[in-house]
Design a protein around this ligand. Structure first.
Ligand code: ZN
Length: 270
């Protein structure tokens, strides 16, 4: 029950935080400037005003296998030129829906980036390995999916990001790479982006929120995905957080539609 409550908060927060992300998307500046007080820019300013203490060390461990630092800017672009779509699948793994999403991706030869909740990776490691085995990419989506983690201490944010990374890595195996970090509900902070980037994980935004998590109906999810694709290539779906049958059904129509329109599947640019 507590989880459901937390999730409802997440979705309310997500609606707001998409504006924060929009602030980083060219063409969405007008929309973002209407967002007074909730965007990351505002959060940044507020944080900078009071937070004068040095940040905890952001250096990756001294291990020779520590990943190289990447940009801390939120990425939305595709690494694939031309008409490309970056499918992103959030909030799993989940025993029923992750498998069904994997099946529909395989049906159309589509690749995706899975933003994985650390605690669920720990619970369902086999599913994380299936995601990797199918050639999809991994994204850290924090340990607990606290959509208000941007209001918490630096040490809390660091723990949520790095513990999740370890849980996902432990589940996926040593050869897999966790290449991105997406804050739950888009609740990024400059600090959390820096933690992720310094550990080789590019902060990951989105351009199109299909709002599949509201279960608006398969057709509505499909319409949103198709009509908002002009916003940019990175599209957000979910395999966790509830019954995702509408998501699976929508993907089963969206993926062949994309192919019929000449789109190819890419990954977010690192
Ligand atoms: Zn999420």
């Amino acid at each position: 029950m507590a989880r459901l409550t937390a999730r409802k908060r997440h979705f309310a927060a997500a609606a707001v935080s998409v504006l924060a992300l929009a602030a980083t998307i060219p063409g969405c500046v007008a929309m973002a400037t209407e967002d007074s007080g909730t965007g990351e820019h505002t959060r940044d300013a507020a944080k900078a005003a009071h937070d004068t203490s040095p940040s905890p060390s952001l250096s990756p461990s001294a291990s020779p296998s520590a990943p190289e630092r990447v940009s801390a800017e939120i990425t939305h672009e595709s690494d694939t030129p031309g008409k490309a779509v970056n499918l992103t699948i959030d909030d799993g793994p989940q025993p029923i829906w992750t498998q069904k999403v994997l099946d529909v991706l395989k049906k159309y030869g589509a690749k995706a980036t899975f933003c994985i909740i650390g605690s669920q990776a720990k619970e369902y490691p086999d599913l994380v390995r299936k995601v990797v085995a199918a050639g999809h990419r991994l994204c850290d989506h924090s340990v607990d999916h606290n959509t208000e983690m941007d209001k918490r201490s630096d040490s809390y944010q660091q723990q949520q990001i790095l513990d999740a990374r370890k849980e996902i890595q432990d589940a996926a195996g040593p050869d897999a790479k966790v290449l991105y970090y997406r804050a739950p509900g888009g609740a990024f902070t400059p600090y959390s982006r820096e933690v992720a980037a310094s550990h080789g994980m590019r902060p990951l935004g989105w351009n199109v929120d299909t709002r599949d998590w509201t279960n608006p109906g398969t057709q509505k999810i499909l319409d949103t995905a198709e009509h908002e694709l002009h916003e940019g290539p990175t599209v957000l779906f979910h395999d966790g957080g509830g019954n995702r049958s509408q998501t699976v059904a929508a993907l089963d129509q969206f993926l062949p539609w994309l192919k019929s329109q000449g789109y190819v599947f890419g990954y977010p640019k690192i």
